[in-house]
Design a protein. Structure first.
Length: 287
């Protein structure tokens, strides 16, 4: 049963280790507003994460949480959601964690379409390890670790997600908090895998993609766009530079992974007793 009296304060107030002015602060606030606005109490939410500055977000929230290895938030989230579909499961970590070290898990999540949400803090830099290029850093951009410029083509997570027919694909910006809260809520409501890529400026190590840089370029997708039109969505996904569309790019009606699994038809695994006889039979088979 969903509560209707939840407030952002129910998710707690904590001292953080983030730099003053970091976009993580705004995204944390938006996440609390989004979840409380949906009437979700902290015990109904599981936050999964990896390693990084963005990955500290669940540490500053009063809810269930799992901290995995670098890039490994999504596998833990997948297992938790399949074991207990009643949980609202959200993975929240950075662009390096999800698109770099966790890139293979990102692709697997897009394919499976498990009913969960991935919120990516996308600041185009590795913040925790002090400023080397991330998978979304522009080619040629100078960083502390790449003084001659980042030599590789950056990943386009929006285009990848649309190409793989993801369930829900959206992009937000912490400089548009009300818009971002709505995107997160739409993502959580969607039945299937939802990606929300969020521009969240790093004030310490990315002096190119600043708050002002994003503010000048981000434009909200208008009502004329049909998120069910994959061709239109791909055109928006490929648009990046002087103009960057934010909002819902794509939605599909794919059936969520697990909906037809016979193992789950008897109810959530988390609420079922262990069949010790069957387990003993499996163990004996290894003798």
């Amino acid at each position: 049963m969903v509560s209707t009296t939840v407030t952002p304060e129910d998710y707690g107030q904590f001292d953080t280790a983030w730099c003053p002015g970091c976009g993580n602060h705004a995204l944390l606030k938006c996440m609390k507003q989004a979840l409380s606005g949906l009437g979700l109490a902290p015990h109904q939410v599981l936050m999964c994460t990896g390693i990084g500055q963005a990955a500290k977000t669940p540490l500053y929230m009063n809810c269930n949480m799992i901290t995995g290895l670098h890039g490994r938030g999504l596998p833990a989230a997948t297992g938790a959601k399949l074991a207990n579909p009643e949980l609202t499961v959200i993975t929240e970590s950075g662009d390096g964690c999800n698109y770099g070290e966790g890139g293979n898990h990102f692709l697997a999540a897009l394919r499976r379409n498990v009913d969960m949400t991935l919120v990516v803090h996308d600041n185009g830099i590795y913040g925790l390890t002090k400023g080397q290029a991330s998978p979304t850093t522009a080619k040629g951009q100078v960083t502390k670790a790449q003084p001659f410029g980042q030599p590789s083509e950056p990943i386009n997570p929006m285009a990848v997600a649309v190409a793989m027919n993801a369930g829900f694909v959206a992009r937000g910006f912490t400089g548009e908090p009300e818009h971002l809260v709505d995107l997160i809520q739409q993502a959580v409501r969607h039945k299937g895998f939802s990606l929300v890529d969020v521009f969240q400026p790093c004030v310490s190590f990315n002096k190119v993609n600043t708050f002002a840089w994003y503010k000048q370029r981000c434009r909200k997708i208008g009502p004329e766009h049909d998120p069910a039109n994959r061709e239109q969505a791909m055109k928006l996904a490929l648009e990046f530079g002087e103009s960057i569309p934010i909002g819902v790019l794509y939605k599909s009606d794919r059936e969520p992974f697990g909906a037809t699994l016979p193992t789950l038809k008897a109810g959530p695994l988390a609420r079922r007793a262990v069949d010790t006889e069957a387990l003993q039979g499996v163990l004996r088979s290894y003798l």
